[in-house]
Write a protein that binds this ligand. Structure first.
Ligand code: NIG
Ligand code: FE
Length: 417
């Protein structure tokens, strides 16, 4: 494939940073530097140069083998970094969706063996190859929607063999994917029915059997625990995270989705890279996050789809915190991985400005996956993963035009897809 791409006459090139910022926080979240009437030149998969059209002649551009693209009236921005997904799964769960419409809560369905346990039963019955094919199709779909780096979790296996099977699927996805994937072990996603009254026996299985094998096969980058009401309490969460840390796996936590249950405090105590969900975040959680390196991540699709509160991100940004948004693509609480819809929800429901929502889904997503040095902004030397919009009137049109295809094409590793 031709690996030299020149995009010219860009109406707005946004998300530029040459200061090596790893994240944006507080009032910086509203800063989204841009150039009007711009060009960007990608070479060997990386961003080589960009600037104003009037300065294009000052750049050393190859004379042959360059793909040229005209982006008149179009906006170009860095690809989304989706830092939280569960896109390896066996089956959809629309029957639970209908149960919720009729009045059952997510927690009631889970307590009765539905939810995560329902997904686990179906995944256990599916072969590694079938799971891989289905997950690859989802991955390619979200790449076409503008995702340029992604995290994928296990957590629908819940037995030693099936957690390993899921992680092997993610490892195979890494091998074929044009975008960077980070793998997270989430064996502590739920307690299987047979361990309902003996949590310690399942935690023992995680610590003594799953983690050593995962480490031996190098199957995970991070470790997650669903630290919430009806799932793992802070002590159980700490047990798993301490064991994972022995193998060098940093924490990324599901917390405060269902209540004020200590998820944030536990995440910060373990120096987690991120704490995700945060529908129940009060002053104590905000204070705790302020004194940490942990990125708060909201999953607005989940709030939308389950009809639960949205994380109070306006308050958190105003308190000086960085914030990140991700899709949570999974069959239970977010059966959709389009980051474009996530940024629309962040604006309409969480009162982020379009600039804040874009920073939350690009550079701050990159931070939550330790990818800020290569992803998340238009910076020389970073991987050339870009979104090109259709002709649009302004940046705000992207979240404004919710649910539709404002994205015309994407560039991955300097190649127009
Ligand atoms: O992030 N909350 C925990 N885990 C997933 C949902 C899992 C499921 O319902 O399948 C989430 O929303
Ligand atoms: Fe999740």
């Amino acid at each position: 494939m031709n690996n030299s791409l020149l995009i010219k006459n860009i109406k707005q090139l946004v998300g530029i940073d040459e200061n090596g910022r790893l994240l944006r926080k507080g009032s910086e979240m509203a800063e989204l530097s841009g150039i009007e009437n711009a060009f960007i030149y990608c070479k060997d998969g990386l961003i080589e140069a960009y600037g104003k059209m009037e300065d294009i002649s000052t750049i050393d551009i190859e004379t042959s083998n360059v793909t040229e693209l005209d982006a008149t009236n179009k906006t170009v921005l860095p690809s989304f970094v989706d830092s939280h997904t569960h896109l390896v799964f066996a089956a959809t769960r629309e029957e639970e969706f209908v149960m919720r419409i009729k009045g059952k809560s997510y927690e009631e369905i889970a307590a009765a063996g539905g939810g995560i346990l329902n997904s686990a039963k179906k995944l256990q019955a599916m072969s590694e190859d079938e799971l891989f094919d289905a997950a690859l199709a989802r991955l390619n779909e979200v790449i076409s929607y503008g995702t340029g780096a992604i995290e994928i979790k296990s957590g629908y296996g819940l037995t030693v063999n099936d957690e390993i099977k899921m992680l092997r699927v993610i490892k195979r996805l890494k091998e074929v994917s044009p975008i960077t994937i980070k793998a997270t072990f989430l064996g502590a996603h739920a307690f299987p029915m047979e361990y309902k009254y003996d949590h310690q026996a399942y935690i023992k299985l995680i610590i003594e059997e799953m983690l050593p094998q995962i480490a031996a096969e190098n199957l995970a980058d991070y470790c997650d625990v669903f630290c919430d009401q009806g799932f793992y309490n802070p002590e159980e969460t700490s047990q798993v995270l301490e064991a994972a840390a022995q193998y060098g796996l940093k924490a990324k936590i599901h917390g405060n989705e269902l209540g004020y249950t200590g998820g944030v405090q536990t995440a910060v105590k373990h120096k987690a890279l991120s704490v995700d969900h945060l529908e129940y975040t009060g002053d104590a959680e905000i204070d705790c996050l302020k004194n940490s390196q942990t990125m708060p991540v909201a999953l607005p699709n989940c709030s939308f789809f389950l009809g639960i509160p949205y994380a109070p991100f306006r308050k958190m940004i105003d308190a000086g915190l960085p914030v990140c948004i991700a899709s949570d693509y999974n069959p239970g609480s977010s059966p959709n991985g389009r980051m474009g819809f996530v940024i629309s929800l962040a604006c309409t429901q969480m009162k982020l400005t379009p600039e804040e929502a874009i920073n939350a889904s690009t550079i701050n997503g990159a931070y939550a996956l330790e990818l800020s040095h290569t992803h998340g902004s238009i910076s020389k030397g970073k991987i050339a993963n870009l979104i090109i919009t259709k002709p649009i009137s302004s940046l705000a049109f992207i979240p404004y035009n919710f649910g539709s295809d404002v994205i015309e094409s994407v560039v991955v590793n300097g190649n127009l897809m």
